[in-house]
Write a protein that binds this ligand. Structure first.
Ligand code: NAD
Length: 498
């Protein structure tokens, strides 16, 4: 399958080892520093590979390689740049299953949910293919004989940093718009899941992307700080937790870069008594258990308005039947399992009722990091289980008497990624959609991701910076609008005009 992934040929969950990840700089695979971090397959709890923990020197080498490639790449017509993404798409589709297994092994999500990630990553690439049709710019005669036109120019060398939970898709939230836009990119993937990006870099090369246009530097905090600080990096994007999003936003901005940094979430699903029972129960459970709740769009708080016990019972019944390892995957690390259990224990100790208890559930490989779906009823509105991001397959049910109280609760959250309403009333849906404090909202849908071409991005502490990371906004972020105003005077000595 791959020059760097050795014998990796997964077609099952059976444990496989993969050679240590290498950095990809200027079209060459280069060993990183000797300090490495273990890449652990969460399903097995065993070391499957290693990540080199690069620092400022490796970041600088990647920036120099990107800078060297920039003049040719920006001079390449946009249609030709987009052609690389057509070829990349074909390759990704051709090895859809292999990519999904790779994601599943390094991230721990089940194969079906990894396949869904590949499909959404392909959609992002397809959006990149369409960019030449959208990026034509515009022009207007702004006064007699004076014309103004706008075009979108690349920024130069740009950088992105991504989280563990979508090893392939989140990098592809950034790369098509940035690279079709004419930039050269340095990506630092999560040190927990470096391998999908290794294969992506190989696929880019196979698709004909010139050396140096896409570079990968593996590592953690030191590499990220070097990317924020590097004077030759002209824009910086980040997706990860809120504390790091805020830190990197500040650091990159202090270094004079435009920055767009997406953070964590605490998503509210408001359920009112007229909600459809079956649709709501199925949808809520899929939302909080998909990818084991390790999604920034996962349901976190179910805000139960008035008498909705029948819906809560249906949610609990469905959630209790889910089998870790089959219906949803492993948790990313032992410390995450501990953190998630801690939230449940504390909520229970404070008087909430754990009506579905996944704390002791294991997957089929007992050594991995596991948690079953958990539903906690009667969670206090101001408790950690209702306020903080748990990032596991846990649904906190907060009971409120009225829709007004539900909206107050939703508004009190520091985050603002997603909010949904479950109702059969158009009036209620409109009222809630007009008032929630969230950037991505759903009506009878628990994971309201605005797929391409709509832009992905939350509000408040879920995002620092302007605009969305995907869709057209992403293209605007990675480019600079150039306005050209032209006036051509009529020469007095021309006697051949009329
Ligand atoms: P994380 O913040 O721990 O790590 C993300 C990236 O930041 C990694 O590449 C990591 O190497 C780097 N990093 C970590 N600590 C750092 C530090 N102190 N200084 C500089 N860089 C640092 O996030 P994670 O655990 O990988 O991912 C889960 C989080 O990401 C959740 O909070 C989730 O909600 C969020 N997320 C948000 C979105 C979104 O679109 N808003 C999408 C996916 C994930």
């Amino acid at each position: 399958m791959s020059e760097n992934l050795g014998t990796f040929r997964a077609d099952s969950y059976a444990f496989l080892e993969v050679p240590a990840a290498k950095n990809f700089i200027g079209g060459e695979w280069v060993d990183g520093p000797s300090e490495t971090l273990e890449v652990i397959n969460p399903r097995h709890g065993k070391v499957m590979s290693r990540t080199p923990m690069s620092g400022a020197a490796e970041v600088d080498a990647a920036v120099q390689a990107a800078a060297a490639a920039y003049a040719d790449w920006r001079a390449t017509p946009m249609r030709e740049r987009a052609q690389v993404f057509y070829r990349l798409r074909d390759r990704m589709v051709a090895e859809r299953e292999a990519l999904a297994w790779l994601i599943s092994h390094e991230n721990g999500k089940v194969y079906s949910q990894a396949l869904a990630e590949v499909d959404k990553a392909v959609e992002c690439v397809e959006f990149g293919c369409s960019l030449p049709n959208l990026a034509a710019g515009t022009q207007l005669d702004v006064s007699r004989g004076v014309n103004c036109q706008i075009s979108y120019e690349p920024r130069g060398v740009v950088a992105g940093v991504t989280p563990f939970n979508f090893p392939l898709m989140v990098p592809l939230w950034m790369l098509p718009q940035a690279i079709v836009g004419g930039n050269c990119f340095v990506l630092k993937p999560s040190e927990q899941v470096p391998l999908s990006v290794v294969r992506l870099a190989e696929l880019f090369a196979e698709a004909g992307l010139p050396a140096g246009v896409f570079n990968v530097v593996h590592g953690g905090k030191a590499a990220v700080e070097a990317l924020c600080d590097h004077p030759d990096i002209k824009a910086f994007a980040f997706v990860g937790s809120t504390p790091v999003a805020k830190l990197t936003y500040g650091r990159a901005a202090t270094a004079g870069k435009p920055a767009l940094c997406l953070g964590g979430a605490k998503n509210h699903l408001i359920v009112v008594p007229d909600a459809d029972l079956e649709l709501t129960a199925e949808n809520v459970v899929a939302s909080f258990t998909g990818c084991s709740g390790q999604r920034c769009m996962a349901a976190a708080n179910l805000v139960a308005v008035g008498e909705v016990d029948h819906i809560v019972a249906a949610i609990a019944e469905r959630a209790a039947k889910l089998v870790p390892g089959t219906d949803h995957g492993a948790i990313t690390s032992a410390s995450s399992v501990e953190r998630i259990r801690g939230y449940i224990d504390r909520a229970e100790a404070a008087g909430a009722k754990v009506i579905v208890d996944g704390r002791a559930k294991k997957g089929d490989e007992a050594e991995g990091y596991w948690m079953g779906a958990t539903v906690i009823d009667g969670v206090a509105a101001d408790s950690p289980a209702a306020k903080e991001e748990i990032f596991g397959p846990v649904l906190s049910i907060v009971r409120v008497p009225t829709l007004e109280a539900a909206l107050e609760l939703e508004k009190s959250s520091a985050y603002g990624n997603a909010s949904s309403i479950y109702t059969t009333s158009g009036h209620v849906a409109r009222e809630v959609m007009g008032r929630v404090e969230a950037g991505m909202c759903g009506v009878n849908i628990g994971v309201p991701v605005p797929r391409e071409p709509f832009g992905f991005g939350g509000w408040n502490d879920s995002k620092f910076g302007h605009g969305n990371i995907t869709g057209w906004d992403g293209f605007r972020f990675w480019t600079r609008p150039r306005k050209v105003t032209s006036k051509w005077a009529l020469q007095k000595d021309w006697n051949w005009m009329s």
